[in-house]
Design a protein around this ligand. Sequence first.
Ligand SMILES: *[C@@H]1O[C@H](CO)[C@@H](O)[C@H](O)[C@H]1NC(C)=O
Length: 207
Amino acid sequence: MKLSAILALAAAHGVAAAPAKGVEARAQVDGAAPHVDDPKFIGIVMDAHWFWRKVHCAQDLVWNATLAQEALESVSVCTHGLQHDRGGSNLSGVGPSPGNYDAWIEFARNSIHGWHEEERLYPYSQPHYNDAWGHFSQMVWRDSSQIGCALGHCKDSGDGAVQWPGRIYCFYLRAGNNFAGNQFELNVFRPVCAPPSRQEMERRYGY
Ligand SMILES: *[C@@H]1O[C@H](CO)[C@@H](O)[C@H](O)[C@H]1NC(C)=O
């Protein structure tokens, strides 16, 4: 699967798009996509956030199963494109959708680490919100302490009804990307904190 095939969308706090009226829910395929309680899927999400949040001086996140269930309900609507239901959410989609369990895990890993790649665009000297780095800023947002994510496998009927049939939605609490006052300055730190040590990495990742 090519990373370039992944479309990512970020939402800012306060400008979360309401679900479009009249959008008909499309079927989700009950296939190989790992479920919201899949330990390997949760591990991928938590490890990637743990690594980057450590580097950017943010607290480690706690998995919230209710939040994951909400992300699942949102991703399962299978709207035409990726669609934010609220602020504090990170979404990515891919087409065609991953073909098996391992490919789904890889998609989740690539999506989440890919969010951090937006860091090179982030203007630390003039901190503010922009869609171009919204995933990154949410990912390392210091005031967020919980996360819940879900994968969605939307039925691709081949008629263009569904773009990006493979999807990952992550919801955060508190929601990041709050553009009030100097919240960006307070919540998005430069990568000045020590990355996990070799030993910590080994303990966490097993290598
Ligand atoms: C987990 O998320 C749910 C749903 O957003 C929220 O209502 C709940 O307070 C969270 N749990 C904790 C322990 O904060």
